[in-house]
Design a protein around this ligand. Sequence first.
Ligand SMILES: [Zn+2]
Length: 573
Amino acid sequence: MARHLITSAIPYINGIKHLGNLVGSQLPADLYARYLRGRGNEVMFICATDEHGTPAELAAAKAEKPVADYCAEMHDVQAEIAAGFRLSFDHFGRSSSAQNRALTQHFAKVLAEQGLIREVTEQQMYSKADGRFLPDRYIEGTCPNCGYDSARGDQCDNCTKQLDPVDLINPRSVISGSTDLEMRETKHLFLRQSAMKDKLAAWIDSKADWPVLTTSIAKKWLFDGDGLQDRGITRDLSWGVPAQFEGAPWEGMEGKVFYVWFDAPIEYIAATQELSAQDGTDWARWWRTDAGAEDVTYTQFMGKDNVPFHTLSFPATILGVNAAEGENWKLVDYIKSFNYLNYDGGQFSTSRGRGVFMDQALSLLPADYWRWWLLSHAPESADSEFTWENFQTSVNKDLADVLGNLVSRVTKFCNSKFGTEVPAEVVLTEREEALLAQFREGLAAYEKAMDAIQVRRSAEELRALWVLGNEYLQAAAPWSVVKTDEAAARGIIVFALNLIRLYAVLSRPFIPDAAQAIMTALDCEDWSWPEDLDAAIRTLPAGHAFTVPENLFRKVTDDEREDWANRFAGRRD
Ligand SMILES: [Zn+2]
């Protein structure tokens, strides 16, 4: 049994996320966590809400609530939706927790002691119309790198370059639209990433097995132009982790907080500490290499826009802290990043109500339908696109016609001819031996793809296993055989019933509810992974009672497809 730490990029607190966000981090992370647990590994799967920063302040103001109350409410909303999608977090934390405040301040203090933080008096955008300094996200302008005209002050969504607001060409306030901005003097803390450049480069180079999408983005910001730049880690805001320490105030930093991107990844660790506070879990054996985490494999999941922070900024924090005596924090072992999921010829848009958001999706169909489509179309090697035609076809064919139909035919046929008890022991004829040989090969391919976190490939391999079962049943044709050789028909159906149980076990990472429905119908709780296929195919003994399940999946109709396409098309501009 190995130990795996898995984190999903943490979703920002303001508002409900769309399906593209879901498939870019939380959902594939859940797939991997469920798979590793299924194979008997010890897993710690962590996510949280990212609660600090100006967007939360402004959203709270709009909702006329104190920001802490607003965040608490939205955290619960996101947690409930995550549960609806069956995201199996061991803990879904909050970056505004006491644990994150303490750890963020501790890391900053150690970094300063290591000489890795410098104080910078700088000019910052002040909006006279808004009466405040404008944080990064509330300044937009033209990207100096690629010319995109709606680049945010912290990052360009078009080319992913990390920016500082002063870099923008023709900046304007997002709050008021005012261009009456002036530079005013303010003091900030900078993480000396440039001093860590060689260390970071060597570390990235040691990750030969990482996806090219991940390493190419990291190397771009390490080496392009003037190379990796120092990064401001404080902001003129009130909502966040104060840039102060208990008993040792940081002079000149009164009224400032750490930048949300400094404290957010630290929340991966702090969230595990939150869990410890709740149930006594030993967080340190996951995160401290001097307390057991040396044996842990740590995998992060994220969209490509988050890669620079996870390959450079956060590792700079950890590597910098680890240079100090007694600090031994776990660095990530593998980063799985995703491209974007687009929506029907364009982008998802919150402001224009375009595309399907997580709560809406669950109001239309159960989680498994979405999980299956999203994972089997995950934007791995390139951006991918959601269309209702594709969704309807995929769900109807893969889930209803292939898996659902097989389960239904086998249980119904057995029930009508032999009753609701497994009607014999499994005896393998040549036909079953041949099927098992094919199945063994397919299973190995499925495991290989899952081990490598090749999400689409894994879905293809799983579907191929379902197809094998359908072909077996079609060729064996127990409904014909039963007319002349009842014993042989019993043999076929017993084998098929056991095959269905295997599908529940193997499919659970993708479609946990359907897997549970199959197991409930089979009155079986043996979820063990079929490491020994010959034994696993004999799990259900003669005389074992089962029930015929309700149809596992219904089909999406043409009317529904058209209705939903219209409903989520968004307002035309
Ligand atoms: Zn750009």
